[in-house]
Design a protein around this ligand. Structure first.
Ligand code: PLP
Length: 416
């Protein structure tokens, strides 16, 4: 582990307040040309005693705009202090979590997983068009039936076809034979370039793709592809729960980019997706017309809050790599407990071995019970599955009443 350290609350506070010192300060400096300011002082007073020991809230009211991508060299000088913390977050994610080489990645804090996934597909669409003179109709996005809907949304926005590979209904792994036939058909229909999005824990089931299942039929035909990993849910979990077995990281030369979401497992505020790509890629979406932004803008979002980057930096540095590993292990232990209880009750479910998502067959529990305990269905009209996500607040004490109710319902059924 290199960049990522565990720091004390005091060290974190000092580092963030110091970063703010290196930002332009709307309260004190003459900043006449920026169409931005601190948060409204009538509503959010800057002298509130609450802020003295609150680096995140202080950053929030100082309101730095992290517009642009800060791993590329030139960036807006006004917010250089907090941009530095964002660069550290990018390095922690790309290098310490995803085994990348030092300083070989670009990235930024995106609005979320949807944007980060779309950013990747936007880059590869442009790359294929620019470098291979591809036509948009020759490019295909490939995900799976279990992929998040942002893949389909991106295809819609970017005007690209999307293929969702069939998965095995029990294992939730890619059906390689079906994909082989599907790729052959798409190739016959003129597809030559492939944007593959492999899942590092799917939204509903927590399943993890073997990227080679997607790539085998493409590589076999000598066709061009780029591989993006959707780790919006699993990016801060799976690398810790399965440290040896994962292929979904920058140590795998086939992986070009990764999405992670700090507003899921990291419990950062909404608006903290993380987009990461190997160097040399993000330039394909640099907007030259963004000439008033120093360093231009290679992000989908434009203006974005620097406070979000600070929040992720604070959380990751509070735990450090070992603390984070331990946190994941605790969630795994709770998930194991839940699975043992469900097994004892004869309730069927899917759980990927390294996951904290347990997805129960809808036929095996009452919909009322699922609703009462806030389980999420795959489909609100006609559910096949209900999922439990063992997050920080989902303790064994909270799971126990759910299991007790399943047991109670089962014994009442036996008596009637
Ligand atoms: C696997 C996966 N990808 C992408 C997303 C989209 O993330 P967001 O809602 O942050 O845009 C989600 C959200 O649940 C997800 O689970």
């Amino acid at each position: 582990m290199g960049v990522w350290k565990k720091r004390t609350t005091e060290e974190i506070k000092n580092r963030v307040f110091d970063a703010l010192q290196h930002n332009a300060n709307f309260y004190e400096n003459n900043l006449l040309g920026v169409p931005a300011s601190h948060l409204d002082s009538k509503v959010f007073p800057e002298d509130s005693p609450l802020l003295k020991d609150a680096p995140f809230l202080t950053t929030l009211i100082h309101n730095p705009n992290h517009i642009g991508c800060h791993t590329l060299g030139d960036s807006e000088a006004f917010f250089a202090g907090t941009q530095e913390l964002e660069r550290e977050v990018i390095r922690i994610c790309a290098e310490d979590i995803l085994h990348g080489e030092p300083e070989q990645h670009d990235g930024y804090i995106a609005s979320g997983g949807t944007e980060a996934n779309m950013q990747a597909m936007w880059i590869y669409r442009n790359l294929f068009i620019r470098e291979y003179e591809a036509k948009a109709e020759e490019i295909l996005i490939i995900g799976s039936q279990d992929s998040h809907y942002s893949i389909v949304k991106a295809g819609n926005v970017l005007l690209l076809d999307v293929h969702l590979a069939t998965v095995d209904p029990t294992q939730r792994t890619i059906d390689r034979d079906a994909l082989e036939l599907d790729i052959a058909n798409w190739v016959k229909r003129g597809k030559k370039y492939f944007i593959v999005v492999a899942n590092m824990m799917t939204t509903m089931l927590g399943s993890v793709d073997d990227p080679d299942d997607y790539l085998a039929p493409i590589e076999k035909r000598g066709l061009s592809y780029r591989l993006h990993v959707d780790g919006a849910y699993g990016g801060f979990f799976y690398p810790f729960s399965n440290q040896q077995g994962s292929k979904l990281h920058f140590g795998n030369p086939k992986v070009s980019s990764v999405t992670l979401d700090a507003h899921k497992m990291v419990q950062a505020p909404y608006g903290t997706g993380v987009f990461l790509a190997r160097k040399g890629l993000i330039q394909y979406v640099n907007t030259d017309q963004a000439s008033y932004v120093k360093g231009l803008d290679a992000t989908l979002v434009g203006s974005r809050s620097g406070a979000n980057a600070v929040a992720v930096w604070m959380i990751l540095n509070t735990y450090g790599p070992h603390g984070w590993y331990e946190k994941v292990q605790v969630l795994m232990l709770r998930t194991d407990w839940l699975c043992r209880q469900l097994d004892a009750c004869g309730v069927r479910y899917y759980r990927q071995a390294y996951s904290n998502i347990v997805t129960i067959l809808a036929s095996d529990i009452e919909a009322n019970l699922a609703n009462r305990f806030g389980l999420v269905p795959d489909n609100h009209h006609d559910p096949n599955w209900f999922k439990i996500v063992v997050m920080d607040h989902v303790t064994v004490d909270k799971l126990e009443p759910f299991i007790a109710k399943i047991k109670q319902d089962a014994s009442t059924e036996l008596l009637t």
